[in-house]
Design a protein around this ligand. Structure first.
Ligand SMILES: Nc1ncnc2c1ncn2[C@@H]1O[C@H](COP(=O)(O)OP(=O)(O)O)[C@@H](O)[C@H]1O
Ligand SMILES: [Mg+2]
Length: 258
């Protein structure tokens, strides 16, 4: 199958600090890839470099290539704004626009793109909220502020907002870390639904979550403080959790780390 994402020799810097070294990985369409590993080893940094969010930090840069369907998103003529539309992102803390209505939160991206047709906006809002498993809970309060929803609902609202612009890929950075266990399971179920349509890369500190939702898992690690983080191995999730190729991975997943 053709690769959706192909990361080639990616090195990532914050100014002079070499944060992540020599990452190579492939992601197939309509699959879920999980990144696990101790904190500070560069999981979020790699994720943000997959849609050019890394470079918004002053002094931050990458070397290497990230191919999306064969085209380098870091190519000289590529518009980063377009990249971020095709490769959407959901963050650790739900970040809806709190005073904006639920409906307007979902279609904020489309409005930015200049869509003004109310019927079209309403249709996209409904489709996206259904896609995020939130429609039934909010359909009678679409004009109420997004900030009035529970944490789990706000996170699904952010997922609705991300899918409203029809991305190919969704990046999720610990999307459940601020949520209670029930909301976490709701998001995990949702990820399994979303993968029928989208390609997903998720950072999680929860190994059970990685095992439950992902097809392949990448283990990141840090040799020592101040050294760059590395992708130690990436393989089928079942293999990583039953018979990993590297001792460091085995130590980490069996809790003997550090
Ligand atoms: N904005 C930033 N400026 C400078 N260094 C950063 C920044 N964000 C992260 N780092 C550093 O990059 C390394 C990787 O961090 P990060 O990607 O957040 O790790 P993880 O997500 O695995 O916990 C860490 O040493 C961290 O301190
Ligand atoms: Mg992180």
């Amino acid at each position: 199958m053709a690769k959706r994402i192909d990361v080639k020799d990616l090195n990532i810097y914050y100014g002079k600090f070499h944060a992540v070294a020599d990452v190579k990985l492939n992601v197939l369409p309509r699959s879920v890839t999980a990144f696990i590993g101790p904190s500070g080893c560069g999981k979020s940094t790699v994720l943000r470099s997959l849609n050019r969010m890394h470079e918004v930090i002053p002094g931050a840069r990458v070397e290497g290539a990230v191919l999306l369907d064969g085209e380098d998103i870091y190519g000289a003529t590529v518009d980063p704004v377009g990249v971020r539309r095709t490769i959407g992102m959901v963050f650790q803390r739900p970040n809806p626009f709190p005073t904006m209505s639920i409906r307007d939160n979902v279609v904020a991206g489309l409005k930015l793109q200049g869509v003004r047709n109310k019927k079209e906006l309403d249709e996209v809002a409904e489709r996206s909220l259904r896609g995020a498993n939130l429609w039934n809970e909010v359909k009678d309060r679409l004009d109420k502020p997004g900030g009035g929803l529970s944490g789990g609902q706000q996170q699904r609202l952010c997922i609705a907002r991300a899918i409203a612009v029809s991305p190919d890929v969704l990046l999720m950075d610990e999307p459940c870390s601020a949520l209670d266990p029930i909301s976490t399971l709701a998001i995990e179920d949702l990820i399994t639904e979303l993968k029928k349509e989208f390609t997903i890369v998720i950072v999680t500190h929860n190994m059970q979550q990685a095992a439950r939702v992902s097809d392949q898992t990448g283990f990141f690690n840090l040799e020592a403080q101040g050294k760059p983080g590395r992708l130690i191995e990436i393989d089928d999730t079942e293999k990583i959790f039953s018979n990993p190729g590297q001792k460091a991975t085995e130590d980490y997943i069996s809790g003997r780390f550090g």
